[in-house]
Design a protein around this ligand. Sequence first.
Ligand code: C2E
Ligand code: MG
Ligand code: MG
Length: 286
Amino acid sequence: MRVPSCESPSKDEGPTFAASVLPAPQFVDDLHRSVDRGEMDVYYQPIWDLATGELDAFEALLRWRHPTWGVIAPDFFVPLAEESGFIAELGSWVLLRACADANEWVASGRRVSIAVNISPRQFELQSVERIVGEALALTGLDPRCLDLEITENVAVADVDAVAGALRRLRELGVGCALDDFGSGFNGMATLGRLPVDGLKIDKSLISRIHVSETARAIYRAVADLGHELGARTVAEGVEHPHQIGLLRAMGVDRIQGFLVARPLPAAQARSLVGSRPPEGRVPTPA
Ligand code: C2E
Ligand code: MG
Ligand code: MG
């Protein structure tokens, strides 16, 4: 079986585990029971607006607290959930939970959006329009406060069907962003076929922009492409202070990364709503 990253996703989340010793079938059984057993949690990573310096949104990121193995990162268990079909139940759960948390934060008087990752497999397994409609109706969240993130690799799904669903969701006011743009070969083709209003530039493209002219040129071209298409751009994986000024000069709209803040438990995320980072830099929440 695949070996997950053993790096802890956040210093708050405790150690992750060495999954190489796990028998896969038992692991998948555990995964299928994780929601009912209350082991799944949603963490929230802030996204800051570079122009205003204000907190603009949070990305909802799943964490699984396995009773034996500790915190397990989604890069490991989401693909397993996609293979087994459990991603439909898990995806509905995370959407509802994120909309409920966001609605509570918006009710406190501050505007903030919530970005929820939707797996391409979900479009094959369930009506994403229906689960989004149900989550909005049950929680009362304004559709304009919800963004869906679809990975650029939607090759496994019927792109035309996905495009139709996203178009109808956008008519309701829900935002749709292409995630991890630039990480694979499908991005360009996908970008041309999906009605997205946001582009999240993959973190693999940012790591050297403050040391390499070539890396900067590539990044600028991707950001320009997003702007030409009228999409709001988000720089993922911002880790170095020198990257901020470069991103601003490139006209990138928003930033997300460990320099700003790691994914946080809901209570800590809530305390950031309405806050501003100090000039030029962003706070790492206590
Ligand atoms: P993603 O949607 O691209 O989410 C961003 C990932 O980058 C997160 O990893 C986040 O912790 C990480 N990250 C953020 N800033 C930095 C940084 O400055 N440096 C580095 N090295 N990493 C940074 P995470 O939480 O481990 O999630 C990994 C992936 O798992 C996500 O990538 C997404 O594809 C998937 N995922 C997470 N939650 C869900 C979910 O609810 N549903 C679905 N379908 N997929 C999810
Ligand atoms: Mg994402
Ligand atoms: Mg991403």
